[in-house]
Design a protein around this ligand. Structure first.
Ligand code: ATP
Ligand code: MG
Length: 557
């Protein structure tokens, strides 16, 4: 797949600004998360975009927590957001909080009151909504709109001093109640909330609205390119109005389309419901589209950055196939993950002509894609092994290249074997498979002159290490759960987690550490889970080996 594209529209804008000497050619972007949840893959695209553009043009990026909604915000989220951005491989220039600027924002509000451009309104939320009008009908001016500057200043001071209850008064910008843009119909600037803030404690009992915080914070930090998602396009005239009337640094807002992924939900509010109602084990459940969930699942920062690059940016909302994300991690792990043998559904395999007491140490190549290092590992081999139950057929079909009575296969890194017989138990399932091996056919030193079509993986019965495997499927049964009738949670896939508790691995996995990644030969990519312990080694399946996505792409060309 080609990743070569021309410059996107943001690159064009920034290049043009630099050429024209705007802001002396300086580029400063910001990533402005609200600390009300963990970052998801949509945020990752925004991070890659903001940090990526700054880097590309020799600029910098600030991390700014947009913490103006005290009820929903927590320090736990701040910490997780910082950890996730670092893990993704980005470094911010400064760490700021909208709450750092509460005093400056207050002064800005006073300035607008003094200019006759803001007023205190005693109307209730319902009255304000009723007077707002509709997109086709003009709104009605509030009866408090004509308050004098002096009265507004005094009331605003008393709002700050905590003299009023929640909802009793608001501060509004005095713009135009007939504007076709509803957001310009005297938008709220401050609302009273007697709520403790995660950083400023009880210092404030009123908080600025998003529209009266975001642009001003951009301006205070002298952000040159403030990049946000498309739903803020209609906010842009208001963003510009405040900056113009306050006569402060002219940051500019640009919009790009939100990135959505199919078979999941992406809003923090919905993800929080999944966590709180225990549909998943936490924000970092490996089925979650969160950065921490993807990390635990076995995704690498490179694979996520590559995904964001491939997705690029657009001006129209679209849904991205989760297959593309899977393609990116498969590509990365194919190059970097060591190969090991794990039998997921074991059945005994006995080599009748192999000496009882003999132990051989065979050599396996860790990663055939890593031509530079060619690292190998030792794999013990003996008379009794385990093989995969579904690599055996009692009555083999035509062209079955695995094992069945009379058939021959190669045991990976070991010998060619021929199946001689098998035993079954009362319920009809196979208990033991007996075979003979060809001593001259040892991998790496094969003088047998024989060739077989199939190779299967195995583990030594005496040395095998038990594993628990967690196999994941999509969290939702439908592509876009929020577009369906009823509650999005009605569409949760009840089979999104399957636990395999009797898998057996070659002993090299005994010392694997949390987040270590492997390819289980013929089975998929797996990663050690944080719940793992020396008594119980637990692996998450990151992704299967099958690449349906790139096949789909080939079909479409
Ligand atoms: P959510 O609706 O998921 O809670 P949000 O927009 O409220 O998202 P913020 O913390 O405000 O979350 O977002 C921080 C930045 O990430 C914003 O600039 C926002 O535009 C961007 N962002 C959020 N979701 C996406 C997405 N799906 N695709 C691209 N950018 C996103
Ligand atoms: Mg938001």
């Amino acid at each position: 797949m080609s990743t070569e594209k021309g410059p996107n529209f943001l690159e064009e804008i920034i290049a043009e600004d630099i050429k024209n000497g705007k802001h002396q050619g300086r580029v400063l972007t910001r990533f402005p998360p609200e600390p009300n949840g963990y970052l998801h893959i949509g945020h990752a695209t925004s991070i890659c975009l903001n940090f990526g553009l700054a880097k590309q043009f020799g600029g910098k990026t600030n991390l700014r927590f947009d913490d103006t909604n005290p009820e929903k915000e927590e320090t736990e989220y701040v910490d997780s957001i910082k950890a996730d951005i670092k893990w993704l491989g980005f470094e911010w220039s400064n760490e700021f909080y909208a709450s750092d600027y509460f005093e400056t924002l207050y002064d800005y509000a006073v300035k607008l009151i003094e200019k006759g451009l803001a007023y205190v309104d005693d109307s209730s939320a319902e009255e304000i909504a009723a007077e707002k009008g509709t997109p086709t009908e003009p709104g009605k001016e509030s009866k408090y709109r004509s308050r004098s500057v002096a009265e507004n200043l005094a009331l605003f001071l008393r709002m700050r001093a905590g003299e009023f209850k929640d909802g009793e008064k608001v501060l509004r910008a005095k713009i135009d109640m007939t504007s076709p843009n509803m957001l310009l119909r005297d938008p709220l600037m401050y609302r009273i909330k007697h709520v403790e803030h995660h950083r400023t404690g009880n210092q404030w009992c009123m908080y600025p609205m998003y529209d009266f915080a975001h642009g001003q914070c951009d301006s205070i930090e002298q952000i040159t390119h403030s990049i946000c998602t498309l739903e803020f396009e209609v906010h842009r005239p208001l963003y510009e109005w405040f900056i113009e009337k306050l006569e402060i640094f002219p940051s500019k807002q640009y919009e790009f389309a939100r990135r959505n992924l199919n078979y999941t939900v992406m809003s923090k509010r919905k993800l929080l419901q999944l966590v709180n109602e225990k549909h998943v084990s936490g924000w970092d459940d490996p089925r979650m589209p969160t950065v921490s969930g993807l990390r635990r699942r076995g995704y690498t920062p490179e694979s996520i950055r590559n995904f964001c690059d491939l997705v690029g940016i657009a001006r129209r909302e679209n849904v991205i196939d989760v297959g593309l994300l899977e393609y990116c991690i498969r590509e990365d792990l194919n190059k970097s993950a060591d190969r090991v043998m794990v039998v997921m559904d074991p059945v005994k395999l006995i080599i009748d002509n192999y000496p009882e007491e003999r132990n051989e140490i065979l050599i396996g190549e860790n990663n055939p894609e890593d031509l530079e290092h060619k690292i190998t590992r030792e794999i013990p081999f003996c008379k009794e092994l385990f093989m995969e139950r579904d690599d055996f057929m009692e009555v083999p079909m035509k062209k079955y290249f695995r094992l069945g009575p009379g058939l021959m296969v190669r045991l990976k890194n070991a010998y060619i074997i021929k199946c001689e017989s098998f035993t079954k138990n009362a319920d009809g399932s196979v208990v033991e498979i007996h075979c003979t091996y060809i001593p001259e056919s040892k991998s790496g030193n094969d003088t047998s002159g024989m060739s077989v079509k199939g190779t299967i993986h195995w583990v030594s019965a005496k040395h095998a290490v038990p594993l628990e495997l967690r196999l994941y499927d999509r969290l939702f049964k439908v592509e876009n759960p929020q577009a369906e009738d009823g509650d999005f949670k009605d569409y949760i896939n009840p089979k999104s987690l399957e636990i395999v508790s009797n898998a057996l691995a070659e002993p090299s996995l005994k010392n694997a550490k949390t987040l270590d990644k492997f390819q289980f030969i013929r089975k998929g990519y797996f990663c050690v889970d944080k719940d793992s312990s020396s008594e119980k080694i637990i692996f998450n399946r990151t992704v299967s080996l099958k690449d349906s996505w790139s096949k789909e792409q080939k079909k479409n060309v």
